[in-house]
Design a protein around this ligand. Structure first.
Ligand code: NDP
Length: 317
């Protein structure tokens, strides 16, 4: 392992030692050991992180990977600089600017000054993006791309995105239009966010406070459900089309709906890279973001309102 004397032994990190409400159990620890770098991993100096609803579920214990242990650091998304390289790492070197996600995290996370991350979960940061912008993307790109692919979206087809203004929805609209070549993209949000949906490429922005999308005469080849509305979504799909939900898991879904959970590798980041570099797909950062590292609990509380627009980002770390 390449030694790097600039890496301290201890770091600041947000830590929970029991499961419960984020505001109750999450504490800032200034003396946490910097993680050891295992074979196939690099140590990243985290410069920005982003929150996802699943982070709250992990802290309160609703979502736990087998082998999860306490105390633990929350956070999946990160962007930063490689400061140490483990054995058998060939593709990254000290000084590389990277972004990615710790989908495998059982104990460690990205709300920390340093994170040891498998190389397979990282990609070189697109030069066009700031660290803050890059940190906002990995989980939602993986979720948006994977779900659209599984639903069979392809050039010339139409898609309806439920929850178009959220972290996943804002990226799903853009990928549907720019990467998958959808002929028509519709999306739902409340009144104040309709212009945002259009600016992201939606041809039809549906105000869910005034219109029931399933009552519209227009039907879609694919419905992408980022809200948890599959029972209604199946009424908005064309015969032979598909409905993917990223919210409703472990329950019987009305046909043709199926559930999708993002998988853990960074291949999608590579596929989407040209679109990020060209600016055809843009990160959407919530206007209240970024929250400084010391205000991570406020950032969680805000995300938990369910009203965030795009991504809630933590920066600087
Ligand atoms: P966000 O917290 O970013 O979503 C907030 C957005 O949801 C707001 O902009 C809000 O817009 C919108 N919204 C809320 N209710 C409705 C509604 N009834 N109709 C339309 N829009 C609505 O969440 P994410 O986008 O990050 O995640 C969405 C869901 O997907 C979460 O449940 C999350 O757990 C899940 N998820 C699943 C993954 C998987 O692998 N299966 C991975 C990532 C996320 P407005 O204010 O206009 O209502």
């Amino acid at each position: 392992m390449a030694a790097n004397s600039a890496v301290p032994a201890k770091m600041k990190a947000w830590v929970y030692r029991e499961h419960g409400d984020v505001a109750t159990v999450l504490r800032l620890d200034s003396e946490l050991e910097v993680p050891e770098v295992q074979e196939g991993q690099v140590l990243v100096k985290v410069l920005a992180a982003a929150l996802n609803p699943v982070d709250t579920m992990r802290v309160n214990g609703v979502f736990q990977l087998p082998g999860s242990a306490l105390p633990a650091v929350p956070g999946y998304d990160l962007a930063g600089i490689v400061v140490k390289v483990g054995r058998e790492v060939k593709d990254l070197k000290v000084g590389d600017e990277v972004y990615g996600f710790m989908w495998h995290a059982k104990k460690d996370g990205t709300l920390a000054e340093y994170a040891a991350v498998e190389v397979a979960f990282l990609a070189l940061k697109p030069k066009k993006l700031s660290f803050e912008e890059a940190a906002s993307l990995p989980v939602v790109i993986q979720t948006a791309y994977g779900g659209l692919e599984r639903a069979g979206l392809s050039r010339g087809k139409s898609v309806l995105v439920l929850g178009g203004a959220g972290g996943v929805g804002t990226i799903t609209i853009q990928l549907a239009k720019e990467v998958f070549g959808a002929s028509r993209v519709a999306a739902t949000s409340s009144t104040g966010k309709l212009d945002l949906l259009k600016s992201l490429g939606a041809d039809l922005a549906i105000d869910y406070t005034k219109v029931n999308f399933e009552d519209l005469p227009e039907k879609f080849d694919v419905v992408y459900d980022a809200v948890g509305q599959s029972a209604r979504a199946v009424k908005a799909v064309k015969p032979g089309g598909s409905v993917v939900t990223i919210v409703e898991h472990g329950k019987e879904l009305p046909p043709p709906a199926f559930s999708f959970v993002a998988t853990s590798d960074c291949s999608t980041l590579e596929k989407v890279k040209p679109f990020l570099e060209s600016g055809k797909v843009k990160p959407v950062i919530d206007p209240k973001s970024p929250f400084p590292f010391a205000q991570a609990i406020e950032a969680f509380s805000y995300l938990q309102t369910g009203r965030a627009t795009g991504k809630v980002v933590i920066h600087p770390v």
